[in-house]
Write a protein that binds this ligand. Structure first.
Ligand code: SF4
Length: 380
């Protein structure tokens, strides 16, 4: 079992808050497509076992033409053992979606769309500098559903200063109206080196308010759960049977290959990440050379990742799994950390499994870091 992620590093316009790797120089898309096809060939032996999920992320994969996407998919099938019941996701921005492209995606085997709606509020889209309008968001969802692509995920961003509680409720009303199967909700974060950070420093835009973000998180998680969705990961909600298989595998430690600039790969022993520069990526691949950095994962690295990803999921972490996979020292360390946290009521216990209480979910990353092993040498 394994997955493939393809990073398509181009966007029409730079959103103010974005710190992903992308370029707005879309004239280079074809050279990139030629390079990623060569990378597919160079990396064909990285994964063992059939590929169960393919995920086109970015950047903006919906900028690829039908021919470009088709050539990439053909190269994947020619070089990997792809399972028949594959989940194949494409991230798409509303302004790219039209009837012809949807029919083409469906014919190419794309059976899941992740649509970058972010907000159904014009004021918030302008504040974020998104390329699309709210009319395009509504049309995109309606066209995708009419085309028979029902496995749709919608991204929402909360905690923007322009988003009132009433506006967030209106966004959630649209999710219910369209009977969306999967929602990914992200708190707006002000990352270094983004336009947003500079605009806030210059006081051209209002800063985010952590109390408002916590209130939004509570509001949207209660409402989405009331709609029948499972809050299966801190930022992700799905109707039963509609979780993202690709991301669920990623959080369960299933190996994956990342293709394209900045993409990460994981094979159970090491993690590697491609150079985050389109020109240097293309130049290397044209010389038949992969350009990445690699980190061998220690037991402590793997334990920390297991705790982080498990605590973010509704299933939580499993003491038996820790004892079996990491040994007695990690097991005892986990128990003593659980004990030290008891007065705070962060954790709920179900036999040997521990998951976050509802109130603790917004604090997931901080709570996970209290479990982290920074120096395992003490046990050697
Ligand atoms: S479309 Fe996505 S990847 Fe591109 S700039 Fe906006 S947030 Fe970033």
């Amino acid at each position: 079992m394994a997955g493939i992620y393809l990073h398509i590093p181009f966007c029409k316009k730079a959103c103010h808050y974005c710190n992903f790797h992308f370029s707005t120089q879309t004239t280079h898309i074809q050279s990139f497509v030629n390079a990623i096809i060569r990378e597919i060939e160079l990396q064909k032996d990285y994964l063992k076992g059939p590929i169960q999920t393919i995920y086109f992320g970015g950047g903006t994969p919906s900028l690829l033409s039908q021919t470009q996407l088709s050539t990439i998919i053909k190269a994947l099938y020619a070089n990997f053992d792809i399972a028949p019941e594959i989940e194949c996701t494409l991230e798409a921005n509303p302004d790219d979606i039209n009837k012809d492209l949807l029919a083409a995606w469906k014919a190419l085997g794309i059976n899941r769309l992740s649509i970058g709606i972010q907000s159904f509020q014009a004021k918030s889209l302008t504040w974020m500098n998104r390329a699309h309008s709210i009319e395009q968001s509504h049309t995109a969802i309606q066209l995708a559903q009419a085309a028979g692509i029902n496995n749709i995920s919608v991204d929402l961003i909360y905690g923007t200063p322009t988003l009132s509680d009433a506006a967030l409720i209106q966004d959630l009303n649209w999710i219910e109206h369209y009977q969306i199967k999967h929602v990914s909700c992200y708190a707006l974060t002000v990352e270094d080196k983004t336009a947003l950070k500079k605009l806030i420093e210059k006081e051209a835009l209002k800063d985010v308010d952590p109390a408002q973000q916590a209130a939004h998180f509570e509001l949207l998680s209660s409402r989405l759960v009331a709609m029948g969705m499972e809050h299966y990961e801190i930022s992700n909600f799905a109707q039963p049977g509609c979780r993202s298989q690709h991301n669920s595998n990623y959080w369960s430690g299933v190996p994956y290959l990342g293709l394209g600039p900045s993409a990460h790969s994981f094979n159970g022993i090491s993690r590697q990440w491609n150079i985050a520069n389109n020109a240097l990526y293309i130049q290397s691949i044209n010389r038949n050379q992969l350009n990445f950095e690699i980190e061998q994962l220690s037991d402590a690295n793997r334990y920390n990742e297991y705790i982080m990803t498990s605590l973010r999921r509704m299933e939580g972490f499993d003491l038996d799994f820790i004892k079996m996979n990491f040994g007695i020292h990690y097991y005892q360390h986990t128990i003593s950390t659980i004990e030290s946290m008891r007065p705070k009521n962060y954790l709920i216990q179900d036999q040997n499994k521990f998951m976050l209480s509802k109130a603790a979910k917004f604090l997931a990353d901080g709570i996970a870091s209290d479990f982290f092993i920074l120096d395992a040498a003490q046990w050697s």
